[in-house]
Design a protein around this ligand. Structure first.
Ligand code: ATP
Length: 191
């Protein structure tokens, strides 16, 4: 799964509609301090459902362009993310207004974050966005326990769905083996 395009409109320092295209290979976002680089990453977290539940007006206002440089505040913030997985293309969007009301869409249709999470399971871009490493998080990750680190890497690499399925299958096999053992004992008791 690759990020193809990110569109910001009214989100934090991005008053105007701005489209960022991510081509093949590695993309870097560069700019002076305070120019909005972290806001780009925060926009990805936002559209992927961080603080998914209804936002309080105060929280919503912090995310909406509050005016400056002679520009009026924006009434809403909207972020759209286009993802590609082979031939599949997913468009996820989230728009909030100053009262905290929001509109979340997957491929143009209103959706819940749970539905989006299901589509994106294992990409590392879900609600917990393990593929995103924020400033100041690096030391915490390096110091985390081996299990937590493995979980994070599996999620970022898209392997989490597979390991979860594997764990579930192992549990089912163990249950079946126990069941078989009980049946064998019952059968032996009858002989
Ligand atoms: P650094 O390199 O210092 O980490 P950065 O390029 O990552 O900086 P950001 O933290 O993304 O910068 O952006 C901070 C800027 O965003 C500040 O100038 C701040 O005033 C502006 N900003 C944050 N929220 C809003 C908002 N709601 N409306 C307008 N501007 C905002």
């Amino acid at each position: 799964m690759k990020i193809e395009r990110l569109t910001l409109h009214g989100f934090k320092s991005f008053a105007d509609r701005v489209e960022l295209h991510f081509d093949r290979g590695i993309s870097g976002v560069i700019g002076p301090n305070g120019s909005g680089k972290s806001n780009v990453v925060e926009a990805i977290r936002f559209v992927m459902g961080s603080r998914a539940r209804a936002l309080r007006a105060r929280e919503a206002e912090a995310l909406i362009f509050h005016g400056g440089d002679g520009r009026k505040p924006m009434p809403f913030a909207e972020v759209e993310l286009v993802l590609r997985d082979g031939r599949e293309r997913y468009v996820v969007s989230r728009r909030i207004d100053r009262s905290g009301d929001q509109d979340v869409r997957l491929n143009g249709k209103r959706a819940t974050f749970r539905q989006i999470e299901r589509v994106l399971a294992g990409t590392g871009l879900g609600k917990n966005a393990h593929a995103l490493v924020g400033q100041g998080e690096v030391a915490g990750i390096l110091e985390s326990s081996p299990d937590a680190l493995l979980e994070r890497l599996e999620d970022a690499a898209g392997l989490r769905v597979v390991t979860l399925a594997l764990r579930e299958t192992r549990q089912r096999l163990e249950r079946a083996a126990r069941h078989l053992e009980t049946l064998r004992e019952q059968h032996a008791g009858r002989l």
